[in-house]
Design a protein around this ligand. Structure first.
Ligand code: SF4
Ligand code: SF4
Length: 366
């Protein structure tokens, strides 16, 4: 059973020493970075966000991680996609604030990648970011939030989407596409599918051709059943979705092979400002649930399972979902009710590949 450290955002009394950053510092003290990171170049992989998004990790939490690595005798640097340095600056991830510079994960010119062969036949060879896998150690510092393609974006997504070349990312995304068929000859353009879609996933372009955005699609099948002419059909949507999750897990496995396990990899997921969409959207919508806190573990499966377990549908704050989502599904995890994709699937796929187990013990940091 894996240990998951937990610093709660809840504050029982008005005392600075029991607020989240203070608990987080005590959590980091407990992680024994000195014996793990002394003398090592430590890549801190985070998602620095995009455009005018403002619910990415607060720089204070990033600084506390950087300080902790430095105190342990390590040499930290932040890293994300190659063209992320400008996006990082906008959100305050600069040396003057967080104490470390941001290094483009794929090199200054986005040309530095290392090839790896995954165990997933449909994905095959991938390109991993050289500046991540060249490091001596890795801290996967993630913002836990929803994600339209995977249900949840945490540590698995941080590695699988953020530590690969843009073509590889496109190929992983491509594992879940093309599950709809639209017959233009049968379509009368009555518009029932568009008006009835609960997530506004369907549009007709200027040429009158249907376009369905997988990211928004909840697989509710309303469009296929409401269409009076049978113009839309859908094949094995969930099978394609599971393949996408398998692709992310397979990519994680290859990236993690570059590091000694478990001593040279640590996972920290910040569960605050839990929005429905990924930080790559370039804007922010309201958080769905009250802030939870921060979890940390040596194991990627355990940290993801614990993160998802702590985000409860029962805690949903009414009215925080954008109006574009006209209803919410009735069962499953909160993110499945929103996006129609079971967020635990990526965790199951990672477990299947031997990356860890879903049983964990929470150790609360007071
Ligand atoms: S419901 Fe069917 S016929 Fe009507 S616009 Fe949609 S695809 Fe075309
Ligand atoms: S399956 Fe449901 S969510 Fe997906 S496009 Fe059709 S109506 Fe919209």
């Amino acid at each position: 059973m894996h240990e998951v450290l937990f610093a709660s955002a809840h504050i029982p009394r008005l005392e600075r020493n029991i607020s989240l950053p203070a608990k987080f510092e005590r959590m980091l003290d407990r992680c024994d970075y000195a014996s793990r990171f002394e003398g090592k170049r430590v890549a801190i992989k985070m998602h620095v966000g995009a455009a005018i998004g403002f619910y990415t990790l607060h720089p204070l939490f990033v600084k506390l991680v950087v300080d902790s690595v430095k105190q342990a005798g390590g040499k930290p640097f932040l890293t994300d996609g190659s063209f992320s340095t400008e996006a990082a600056t906008v959100r305050g991830y600069v040396p003057e604030v967080v104490g470390a510079r941001v290094v483009g994960a794929g090199g200054e010119h986005d040309q530095y990648y290392r090839a790896a062969q995954t165990e997933l036949e449909e994905l095959g060879e991938i390109e991993l970011c050289g500046n991540v896998v060249d490091a001596d150690a890795l801290i996967v510092l993630s913002h836990g939030k929803g994600h339209g393609n995977s249900g949840f974006g945490g540590a698995i997504k941080n590695i699988a989407m953020g530590c690969v070349s843009y073509p590889t990312r496109g190929r992983i995304h491509g594992l879940m596409r093309s599950h709809f068929e639209w017959d233009s000859e049968l379509c009368t353009h009555c518009g029932q599918c568009v008006s009835g879609c609960p997530t506004s996933a369907i549009k007709f372009n200027d040429d009158g051709e249907m376009q369905i955005f997988d990211h928004h699609c909840r697989y509710c099948m309303h469009c296929t059943t409401c269409c009076p002419t049978g113009a839309i059909t859908m094949e094995e949507p969930r099978g394609k979705f599971e393949l996408f999750q398998a692709g992310m897990a397979a990519t994680c496995k290859e990236a993690l092979k570059f590091f000694e396990q478990p001593r040279s990899v640590h996972y920290i997921t910040v569960l605050t400002n839990i929005t429905p969409l990924c930080d790559c959207w370039g804007f922010s919508t309201r958080p769905l649930v009250p802030d939870i806190g921060i979890v940390a573990s040596d194991n990627i499966v355990a940290v993801e399972q614990a993160s998802l377990d702590m985000i409860r549908a029962e805690d949903y704050i009414e009215g925080t979902l954008p109006d574009q989502y006209t209803t919410m599904g009735e069962s499953g995890h909160l993110f499945e009710r929103i996006h129609g994709k079971d967020p635990y699937e990526q965790v199951r796929q990672a477990e299947k590949l031997g990356l860890g187990g879903t049983e964990y013990e929470v150790v609360t940091i007071e």
